[in-house]
Design a protein around this ligand. Structure first.
Ligand code: SIN
Length: 561
């Protein structure tokens, strides 16, 4: 166990005392595929749900998902084959039991989504049309609206949730801290709501079960496909509460994000892998197909292989991007299969029907997060995590394309089952410590956010080394300890604080992992090391010290349930 990292600061976001309370059987935090599905499945068990979400109900990452949902739905496919591809992409660090759950329960979960109203694209025979993405040896990606799968999934689930009077939705509610009872069990969360009437300002949502479904933390980096709400709130909350997090160093960079100029910041337009699945190819400035000699699957190699090869080629040639050639797809395919990408490109004066598309890697997905067992339990009793905020073990060192919506669907069902079969009374709650407006509170000013992103891009992004990671961890730790970085209790500052906590653990893990594996690429350790077939699992001790342990991939956490 290593334990010399000291983040410092109190174990809460130091919000003012809750001015209102709400109660439910379960508080679900987040309204992407994981949160919405959890809420609906809990209702099937008759439980009262408070669904809280940071912005409006459809503003999370789910609606931006283009490619689709991977599941062994075709007759010539099987869960075993899906499992083999998932394990291969995961670079030896997947939890095989979790992957088995994902691939065997996946097809049913997709059918249930269809029963809730999601409409997938169909082929000429009326069956669900299936395409291919990087790392898949079969056509198994179901898609909707061409390249608007996430938007359709979100629409169907939001409508189903709205139709259920047993789910109370609270929008514009930033989750702050976990409320724990005297035994340390989850008892609810504190929230900051920008609302009106009684639910305004800081409040407490009390429930014996809390499900985190807050999505990813792409805003840790300067360029990401994630929306502005992806600030790692769930991972940071879990850390502060004492839950274990794992695999944070495995940050997936999507190989083909539309390159919109050297000064681009924030959310960037994705160009789905499905474009390559339909036949587009990558070219360098000289027009060479550089993926051909790199991997037997060439342009459809697993995502980390393609992203690394693009970065290498950009470094060798000094180019700011490479090119995606989808001209052979033809106008009809572009219009009907990829309407979203076509519109994004044309908005910027690029016509993919006749032009090459400039693309470069950008942050896309967090494979790590709050470590959970096969039923979504975290290491804190009553606290669950689902979807991108969770580390269920299905992704290992690198997520297979289009496994993320599936993970949300499958594990939401399991979490709802687990909660329904483990009724917990509401217990004595101990609200988190309160020190509003205290400059020593550990809240970091939003003015520090851009600097953090620059550090992470330069020193902990696609290319990493001992020197760069030392720079990153030191710089983050200095900011976190510096009273001059102190912020106020407000949404932007709380988010910036969360980004720093997540970034610190990410960079610490990346520094400790002295090898290259999956989406973690060390320039000074360019090979995978069999001695490193471990996951890094971290917790904060009560004084704010980061404790990191090595666990075998098949290890599952246990909370005293
Ligand atoms: C894509 O469409 O390329 C993204 C799909 C994913 O991230 O799984």
């Amino acid at each position: 166990m290593s334990g010399d990292g000291f983040v410092g600061g109190p174990r809460s976001l130091s919000a003012p005392a809750p001015g209102w309370t709400a109660t439910a059987d379960v508080v679900v935090v987040g309204s992407g595929v994981a949160g919405l599905t959890t809420a609906l499945r809990l209702r099937a068990h008759g439980l009262r749900v408070l669904l809280v979400t940071k912005a409006t109900v459809d503003e999370g990452s789910t609606r931006w998902a283009q490619g689709g949902i991977a599941a062994a739905l075709a007759e010539d496919d099987s869960p075993d084959e899906h499992m083999a591809d998932t394990l291969e992409a995961g670079g030896g660090l997947c939890n095989e039991q979790a992957v088995r759950v994902l691939v065997t329960e996946g097809p049913d979960a997709v059918r249930e989504l269809i029963a809730w109203g999601a409409q997938f694209d169909t082929d000429a025979t009326g069956s669900i049309a299936l395409t291919r993405e990087g790392g898949h040896h079969r056509n198994r990606i179901a898609h909707a609206g061409g390249d608007a799968t996430g938007a359709e999934v979100s629409r169907a689930l939001v409508e189903a949730v709205a139709a259920d009077p047993g789910i109370e939705l609270v929008e514009r509610a930033l989750v702050l801290d976990l409320i724990q009872d005297s035994r340390g069990h989850a008892a609810g969360v504190t929230l900051h709501v920008i609302g009106s009437g009684t639910r305004d300002g800081v409040g407490a949502a009390l429930a014996p079960n809390v499900v985190l479904a807050t999505g990813g933390f792409g805003q840790v980096f300067g360029q990401t496909t994630n929306p502005y709400v992806a600030t790692g709130d769930g991972v940071a909350l879990a850390l502060r509460a004492g839950a274990a997090v794992a695999d944070l160093e495995f940050v997936q960079f999507h190989p083909t994000v539309l390159w919109v100029g050297p000064l681009a910041q924030g959310q960037q337009p994705l160009v789905s892998e499905a474009v390559r699945g339909e036949g587009a190819v990558l070219l360098d400035d000289a027009g060479n197909r550089f993926m051909l000699d790199v991997h037997p699957m060439a342009d459809l190699a697993p995502r980390d292989v393609v992203a690394k090869t693009i970065m290498r080629r950009m470094r060798e040639t000094g180019a700011a991007h490479v090119w995606l050639d989808g001209r052979d797809l033809g106008a009809d395919t572009w219009v009907h299969r990829f309407p979203t990408i076509l519109a994004e490109c044309r908005l910027r004066g690029i016509d993919p029907v006749s032009d090459l598309i400039p693309v470069a890697p950008a942050q896309h997905y967090a494979s790590g997060g709050v470590i959970t067992d096969l039923d979504g339990h975290s290491t804190i009793p009553g606290l669950y995590a689902c979807g991108e905020v969770a580390c269920s073990g299905v992704h290992g060192a690198n997520r297979l394309a289009s496994n993320s919506l599936l993970e949300g669907l499958v594990f939401a069902r399991r979490i709802a089952e687990a909660i329904a079969h483990d009724p917990r009374p509401i217990s004595d709650s101990a609200a988190p410590a309160i020190s509003a407006n205290d400059r020593d509170s550990g809240v970091i000013a939003n003015s520090m956010r851009r600097r953090l992103q620059q550090v992470m891009d330069t020193d902990a992004g696609v290319l990493r080394s001992r020197d760069s990671l030392t720079t990153a961890t030191e710089s983050i730790a200095v900011t976190m300890a510096d009273p001059a970085s102190g912020g106020r209790p407000c949404t932007e500052d709380w988010e910036t604080t969360n980004l720093h906590w997540v970034a610190y653990v990410l960079a610490t893990h990346a520094a400790e992992r002295e090898e290259t594996r999956g989406s973690h690429w060390r320039e000074d350790f360019p090979e995978s090391d069999p001695n490193w077939r471990f996951r890094l699992v971290s917790t904060l001790d009560p004084s704010g010290r980061l404790l990191t342990e090595r666990r075998p991939p098949q290890w599952l956490p246990r909370s005293e349930q």
